[in-house]
Design a protein around this ligand. Structure first.
Ligand code: GGG
Length: 352
């Protein structure tokens, strides 16, 4: 993917702000990419619709035109979605759908703290690699009436193919890092068939690639104890690879270690497409107030660019963000500051 995209003269970027603060932080990421100037191929932004709010207005959460336009783009940025916690007839989460339709099988979530000086090492520096297409998120649920009341069931799908490719992504990322360490997260002492298959398949990845990952150390941990140790000793982790649901929860938990969910970026990556997405949700409580933290989105744009092979401009974005956080003068309320989204964006743009 990186070689193919790196030779482009322009970059078609689909923007899907979706719901709530997604509409405030995706424009921030757009401004950051624009500020890179000729360091990246000329960006051509395509504004696209999706989300629960769209569904309530039109009856469609993920229009076919959005899917088609994304298929014709080089990459994308997705904001956040506010799926309701109750079942709504005809509605299905557009982000879960897009990950499947575009086969974005890996959700890569680096959780890295900003050290007080650029010379110091961050106290938290790990990547959660979350399988993105299956587990309980296949959304096969059914309700059956019984004589003792209703009975609800969900299918949890774990396949060897998806486990192998997420394992390969984890080993590839670990190989490029200093520590070169992968922890497989599972619960196969209870779910011996599903999590057993995930664990065994990820473990088999180095054997399948004869010698390629010999320098990567493998560990494994039950998900419950992994969360405990994550809070007590985050430094023991380097790359954590997990089935979809555990990865979703662990990455939000890890975000608490670096100060705010508003700082943590991700990319949804497949073999042919990459979509940046802040880890945070649509935050309806603060939507429309202009105080959402734009950093997770800007860092997601950086991750997306790095994934496409534009490492140096991605580093420029991250460095500008690090400087603003280090200086601590212009921060949104989630970080204890009083600044507005656009003030943080302006401070970052000044340093790009
Ligand atoms: N950007 C991450 C995000 O939107 N998180 C909320 C989330 O995952 N929602 C799932 C959904 O609303 O369908």
């Amino acid at each position: 993917l990186s070689t193919a995209a790196a030779s482009r003269s322009s970059l078609k970027i689909g923007l899907v702000p979706a719901d709530g603060i997604g509409r405030e932080v995706i424009p921030a990421a757009r401004q950051a990419i624009e500020a890179l100037g000729s360091d990246v191929p000329k960006p051509e932004f395509v504004e696209l619709l999706a989300g629960f709010e769209l569904f309530t207005r039109t009856g469609t959460a993920l229009p076919e035109e959005t899917v088609q336009a994304l298929k014709e783009s080089d990459c994308a940025l997705f904001g956040a979605v506010s799926s309701p916690s109750r079942r709504v007839t005809g509605y299905s989460s557009p982000i879960v759908g897009l990950r499947k339709i575009l086969d974005l099988y890996a959700n890569v979530r680096p959780v890295i703290s900003v050290a007080p000086t650029p010379e110091e090492k961050p106290s938290v520096d790990l990547i959660v690699v979350r399988e993105n297409t299956e587990c309980l998120y296949v959304k096969q649920e059914e309700m059956t009436p019984t004589e003792n009341g209703r009975e609800a069931r969900a299918t949890r799908l774990i396949t060897e193919r998806a486990s192998r490719r997420i394992g390969e992504m984890a080993f590839e990322l670990a190989k490029a890092r200093q520590r070169k360490h992968v922890t497989i997260i599972h619960k196969s002492n209870v779910l011996s068939i599903t999590d057993g298959l995930f664990r065994e398949t990820v473990r088999s990845v180095p054997r399948l690639h004869e010698g390629k990952y010999d320098d990567v150390e493998i560990a494994e941990q039950l998900v419950d104890s992994a969360v405990y140790r994550l809070f007590r000793e985050p430094h023991i982790y380097d790359v954590m690879v997990a089935p979809n649901l555990y990865g979703d929860i662990i990455s939000d938990a890890a975000a608490a270690l670096v100060g705010s969910l508003g700082l943590v970026p991700s990319v949804n990556a497949g073999d042919n497409f990459v979509m940046g997405e802040p880890v945070h949700g649509s935050a309806p409580d603060i939507a429309g107030q202009g105080i959402a933290n734009p950093i997770a989105s800007i860092r997601s744009a950086a991750l997306m660019l790095r994934h496409l092979g534009y490492g140096a401009p991605a580093d420029r974005l991250d460095k500008a963000v690090d400087e603003v956080i280090r200086e601590g003068q212009v921060l949104t309320p989630d970080l204890g500051g009083k600044s507005k989204t656009q003030e943080v964006v302006d401070a970052i743009l000044k340093r790009i």
